[in-house]
Design a protein around this ligand. Structure first.
Ligand SMILES: NC(=O)c1ccc[n+]([C@@H]2O[C@H](COP(=O)([O-])OP(=O)(O)OC[C@H]3O[C@@H](n4cnc5c(N)ncnc54)[C@H](O)[C@@H]3O)[C@@H](O)[C@H]2O)c1
Length: 374
C-alpha cells in the first residue's frame, strides 16, 4: 500500500489563504497527502480556516499541533523570525519541514537546523525553488555556452511598496484582516531581503554558482508604517543594496526595497559581446550594437516556452503561489521516494549567509567573505 503523508501548516495569513491552503486542499493530492491540521495564534483564525476548507484539526498553539496532530510534514508559513525555532521543534519531533521562505535569518541557525535534520533523518525544503524553473536552467546553459561572451556583471533585485497594500488584507473578517506590520520589524524577520530578494538571490546563485564576497549599504526609508488603524515604528532596513563578487571576477548588484519598483527585467546580465534579460517575458539576448549592428534581440525565448513547474498540473496551474505548492510537493516526493531535495537547505543557507553578511558589511563598512557553498 502506498504511503500518505499527514501534513500540518503553521501560519494562516496571506500566502496560506491565497495559495497554500487552496492548493493543499485539492482532492487530486489525496493519493499522497492528508491535509490534517492548521495552526495560527490569532484567536479564531485557525478555526475559521479549518471550517472553510474542511480541515479536521486546528490549533492556536504550535507546540500543541506538533504534539497532538500526528504529522509527518510541517509547512511553515509564519512570520520569518519564527521559522528557525518552529523548524527546529518540528525536526526534533521527527517531522519533515517545508519553509515558506526564508528558512532562518542567520547562517548559524541554518547550520544548526541542517545538522539537526541530518541527525534525525528528516528532510528540509526551503522555498523558493527557483532553479526548478526550466527558464532559469536555460539561462544558465546559455551563459555557460558564452552567448554574451565573457560574463562581466549582473543586476537583480525586488522592489514593492509593501505588504500593507496587498488587496487580500482589505477585509475585516478574521481570515483576511491579517496585520502585516511584522515585515518592518527586525525581531520578526522583516525587511525586503528575506521576504522578496530571496527569489532573486536563489536565481542569481543558482545560475552563477556560490558567491565569494559581499559589500552592503542599507537603511530605512519610511520611519513609520501603517495598516488600517495600527502603526509601527520601522526598525528593520527597508532599503538594502549589495555588491557581490562571484568566481572569475563577475560582480552583481542586488537591491531590495519596500518602495516602488524600477521597471526593468528581473535579472540582467552583461558580457563582453552582448547582454541578456531574464524575466516574466522570457529570455532575450542582445548582441552588442558595435559588433552586431542595431540593438535588437538575437535570441528570444518567451516564458511560455518553458512550461510549468514540476507537480503544477490541472487545477494547480491557475491557483496563486503555485511555485510554493511545487516546492511542498517536491518535499512530499522526496520523502515518499527517499530522494534528496534539489531545492536544498544548503542553497537556502548560502543565500541567508549572503544577506547576513550584507547587513554586517553595511554596519561595519567592511567587505565580508562568504564561507558556505551548495
Ligand atoms: N504575502 C505574500 O505575498 C507571500 C508570498 C509568498 C511567500 N510569503 C512568505 O510567507 C510567510 C508568511 O507571509 P504572509 O505574507 O502570509 O504573512 P501574514 O502576515 O499575512 O501572515 C502570517 C500569519 O502568521 C500568523 N502568526 C503569527 N505568529 C505566529 C506563530 N508564532 N506561529 C504561527 N503563525 C503565526 C499570523 O497570525 C498570520 O496569520 C513569510 O515567510 C513570507 O515571506 C509571503
Amino acid at each position: 500500500m502506498s504511503r500518505i503523508l499527514k501534513v500540518g501548516l503553521a501560519g494562516c495569513g496571506s500566502v496560506s489563504q491565497r495559495g497554500l491552503i487552496p492548493h493543499l486542499s485539492q482532492p487530486d493530492l489525496r493519493d499522497r497527502i492528508e491535509f490534517r491540521a492548521v495552526m495560527d495564534p490569532v484567536e479564531g483564525r485557525a478555526k475559521a480556516t479549518a471550517e472553510r476548507y474542511h480541515i479536521p484539526l486546528w490549533y492556536e498553539d504550535y507546540d500543541e499541533m506538533l504534539e497532538k496532530a500526528d504529522l509527518d510534514v510541517v509547512v511553515i508559513a509564519s512570520p520569518i523570525g519564527f521559522h528557525f525555532e518552529q523548524g527546529m521543534k518540528a525536526v526534533q519531533a521527527g517531522k519533515h519541514v517545508h519553509f515558506n521562505k526564508t528558512m532562518t535569518t542567520t547562517k548559524a541557525e541554518a547550520d544548526e537546523l541542517i545538522a539537526a535534520a541530518k541527525a534525525k533523518g528528516v528532510k528540509l525544503v526551503a522555498s523558493p525553488g527557483q532553479m526548478q524553473r526550466a527558464i532559469h536552467q536555460e539561462a544558465k546553459r546559455l551563459l555557460q555556452e558564452g552567448v554574451i561572451g565573457q560574463l562581466y556583471c549582473a543586476i537583480t533585485g525586488r522592489s514593492w511598496i509593501g505588504h500593507e497594500y496587498e488587496s487580500f488584507r482589505e477585509g475585516e473578517d478574521i481570515i483576511s484582516n491579517v496585520n502585516p506590520l511584522w515585515y518592518y520589524q527586525k525581531r520578526a524577520g522583516g525587511g525586503p531581503m528575506y521576504d522578496m530578494v530571496v527569489y532573486s538571490m536563489h536565481t542569481l546563485t543558482g545560475i552563477l554558482g556560490p558567491a565569494k564576497r559581499v559589500m552592503g549599504m542599507s537603511g530605512i526609508g519610511l520611519p513609520e508604517r501603517r495598516f488600517k488603524d495600527q502603526r509601527v515604528v520601522v526598525d528593520m532596513d527597508d532599503n538594502t543594496h549589495l555588491l557581490i563578487e562571484f568566481d572569475k571576477g563577475v560582480f552583481a548588484h542586488v537591491y531590495g526595497t519596500f518602495a516602488s519598483g524600477p521597471r526593468r527585467p528581473e535579472l540582467q546580465f552583461s558580457g563582453s559581446s552582448g547582454s541578456m534579460d531574464l524575466g516574466r517575458e522570457g529570455i532575450k539576448v542582445y548582441g552588442d550594437p558595435a559588433l552586431f549592428g542595431v540593438r535588437q534581440a538575437v535570441l528570444e525565448a518567451p516564458a511560455s516556452a518553458f512550461g510549468n513547474l514540476p507537480y503544477v498540473t490541472g487545477v494547480h496551474v491557475n491557483l496563486p503561489e503555485s511555485h510554493v505548492f511545487s516546492d511542498i510537493m517536491h518535499l512530499v516526493d522526496c520523502v515518499l521516494n527517499d530522494k534528496e531535495p534539489v531545492v536544498s537547505a544548503e542553497h537556502a543557507r548560502h543565500v541567508i549567509e549572503i544577506f547576513e553578511a550584507g547587513y554586517r558589511s553595511a554596519q561595519t563598512g567592511q567587505v565580508q567573505e562568504i564561507t558556505t557553498t551548495f
